[in-house]
Design a protein around this ligand. Structure first.
Ligand code: DX5
Ligand code: ZN
Length: 233
């Protein structure tokens, strides 16, 4: 699945941009929330999520790069978020935060930065609907994928498969940051189910179906087996 990130869209036309990527075949809309505290950047909150919600039918995948986390959860649930992910080190009580997200009727997920160990997943696998692995340090779009993501993806894929093999509920594996047509094939091979794409989509103008062309190219590249490792660029 492909989840275009609104972070790289034209912020003066967010509703229109969201509609355009949905029309172009996006599966989810990725919505990056930054607080100038957990990450060195500042973006948008629940009011903007609610405004965008009216423009699309697809799930809105809210990526909370905020600290603390809990107070924002009911606001985003009320604003129409479908999936809520947060960085575990930004919450004092990870199990409680995950449970609260589900109680609010949303899918719950943890986000791991490039240097965040996968051991954060210990003891909470049955609380997760989604695991999001960062391919870059969070805070900005348009960065270069950090190559350690490939081994980390394989490791988390194995954890998810083992969890499901012992009767655990399905968990989706998502990658965010630095994804483009040149590396999405290898990311998919390493086990990614969902790829966030910001710059790779929105840097092309949508005139003459530009977004549709980019999403199709990404989808084809994701489905193409890789024989040699792709560059991490
Ligand atoms: C980065 C954000 C990403 C970002 C991805 O902190 O979480 O969602 O928008 O953008 P690209 O695809 O341009 O790296
Ligand atoms: Zn994100």
């Amino acid at each position: 699945m492909l989840a275009p990130s609104l972070l790289s869209a034209d912020f003066s036309r967010l509703g229109e941009e969201a509609r355009a990527v949905e029309h172009a075949g996006a599966d989810w809309l990725h919505f990056d929330v930054m607080d100038n505290h957990y990450v060195p950047n500042l973006t948008v909150g629940p009011m903007v999520c609610q405004a965008v919600r009216r423009h699309v039918h697809m799930p809105i995948d809210v990526h909370l790069m905020v600290e603390p986390v809990d107070a924002l959860l009911p606001l985003f649930a009320a604003a129409g978020a479908n999936l809520l992910t947060f960085h575990p080190e930004a919450s004092r009580h990870v199990d409680r935060t995950l449970s609260t997200i589900r109680e609010l009727g949303c899918k719950a997920g943890l986000v791991l930065n490039p240097a965040t160990p996968v051991s954060w997943l210990d003891h909470v696998m049955d609380r997760l609907d989604l695991i999001l692995l960062m391919g870059v340090n969070p805070g900005f779009g348009g960065q270069t994928l950090i190559a350690s993501i490939f081994d980390k993806l394989r490791a988390v894929r194995a954890r998810i498969d083992a969890h499901q093999a012992t009767g655990g509920a399905p968990i989706l594996l998502e990658v965010d940051g630095g994804v483009h047509a040149g590396n999405i094939g290898q990311l998919a091979e390493c086990g990614a189910d969902v790829c966030v794409v910001g710059n790779a989509v929105f840097s092309a103008p949508d005139a003459d179906g530009g977004y549709q062309t980019v999403l199709r190219t990404l989808r084809n590249a994701a489905a193409t087996p890789c024989t040699t490792p792709q560059a991490s660029r």
